[in-house]
Design a protein. Structure first.
Length: 420
């Protein structure tokens, strides 16, 4: 395969790639992208069947599923800070990230042993613990591999590879369910095997750059890290955390959007895993171009624009549009563009604001603010669905997102800069 041969030298050492879309992307970024690709195949196989497995198979209520979706988003958010702090203190970002990947692989195997909604929830909480541990160290490894002006493109390349896994995962789940009717256990088994492969790839191919030399050689060789409260003195980071939290509170989880689409279309359970494929395909195609666009136009602007696209997806679901291919294509395209404009772009916006010795901790703090807000938002959306129905719940979420977008745009309009 072209990619595997042309990038072999870059994986072995961080030499720049030749010309093309991936030029100047170090091997660390590309190798981490491959690890994320494989891991996302595993994760999205489970995620694609989870809503129907829990609500149709195990009888979970919308309110309970909202709590579980919130748990998926943010219940382990505080662990991100702990993992980030450990990674910065020990300069072993690869080890901390690898621990998170390994824990998630173990949880895929544990899904085979649980059969009740809340035992599944406990396993998923442990799986999210692994994600919380690995995300900030992984993103710090990416950001420390490229100069500030290339952050958007580097994260775009990584997220494109990551999303290729998100595209293949639902397809793999669909294939397994097509062969084995109601074969959720088969999906979990294949998912576990693929997750183990991701851990092996991380160990073999990802190389961590040595810790930067201290600015003052006369200082002690292992000076203590600055306290975490140092991050609160960075006004740019404070604004990003507040923006991500306010918007995250009204971000409707894609699992809910897929359930609403499934209800509008009266879609068979066997075809349900194909809905995330459309989102992932758009994300895959748009991640790198949108990342490069964010480097040029301003990452904060692109991040806010992404939430406007999510608002468009919600309004399209609320509109009296006939249930058919145009509705599906529109919602999935807007959702995929939302992820392309927000996921890596937020990390690219924050990374240049952070000193290298606190890079992982700072990214973890930002991820924690966003994850906790999305946790609360999922709980509120699940409660609104239970009390008033899915249509009114989506309408309330869309209204809240519109107001929050207006608020953060007005408050930050005069401070918008190229790096924010």
């Amino acid at each position: 395969m072209y990619l595997s041969t042309s990038r072999a030298a870059d994986i072995a050492g961080d030499t720049p790639a030749p010309k093309g879309p991936l030029r100047a992307v170090p091997g660390t970024v590309f190798a981490l992208g491959l690890v994320s690709l494989v891991t996302d195949v595993s994760a999205e196989m489970v995620t694609a069947v989870l809503p129907l497995y829990l609500m149709a198979g195990l009888g979970m209520s919308p309110l309970a599923f909202g709590a579980l979706d919130g748990l998926h988003q943010g219940a382990t958010a505080l662990l991100r800070l702990a993992g980030g702090r450990i990674a910065d203190r020990t300069h072993r970002r690869k080890l901390v990230a690898g621990t998170g990947y390994a824990l998630s692989a173990v949880c895929k195997a544990a899904l085979l042993a649980v059969t009740t909604p809340w035992s599944v929830a406990a396993v998923l909480a442990a799986d999210r613990t692994g994600k919380g541990l690995r995300t900030a160290p992984r993103d710090a490894l990416i950001s420390l591999s490229v100069p500030p002006e290339e952050q958007g493109r580097a994260f775009g390349v990584h997220r494109a590879l990551d999303t290729a896994g998100a595209l293949l995962g639902p397809l793999a789940a669909f294939g397994v369910l097509w062969v084995a009717v109601d074969g959720y256990e088969a999906v979990f088994t294949v998912s576990c095997c693929i997750a183990v492969l991701g851990v092996v790839m991380l160990a073999l191919f990802v190389r961590e750059a040595p810790a930067p030399a201290p600015v003052q050689p006369a200082a002690s060789p292992r000076a203590p890290l600055p306290p975490v409260r140092t991050l609160l003195r960075l006004p740019g980071l404070r604004r990003l955390c507040l923006t991500a939290a306010v918007l995250g509170l009204f971000t409707v989880g894609d699992a809910f959007l897929y359930l609403l689409l499934q209800r509008r279309l009266d879609l068979s359970a066997a075809y349900f895993p194909l809905l995330p494929v459309g989102t992932a395909a758009v994300f895959l195609l748009a991640a790198l171009p949108v990342g490069r666009l964010a480097d040029r136009l301003g990452r904060r602007r692109v991040f806010l624009g992404g939430h406007a696209l999510l608002l468009g997806a919600c309004l399209l679901l609320l509109a009296p549009v006939p249930a058919g291919a145009p509705l599906v294509a529109g919602v999935l395209a807007l959702l995929g563009l939302f992820y392309a404009a927000t996921d890596g772009v937020l990390m690219a916006a924050a990374a240049p604001l952070l000193p290298a010795e606190l890079r992982t901790t700072g990214l973890a703090a930002l991820q924690t603010a966003q994850a906790l807000a999305r946790f609360a938002g999922s709980l509120l959306f699940g409660a609104a669905w239970t009390l008033w129905g899915p249509g009114q719940a989506l309408g309330l979420a869309a209204g809240g997102l519109l107001l929050s977008l207006a608020a953060v745009t007005v408050s930050g309009g005069r401070r918008t800069g190229r790096s924010s």
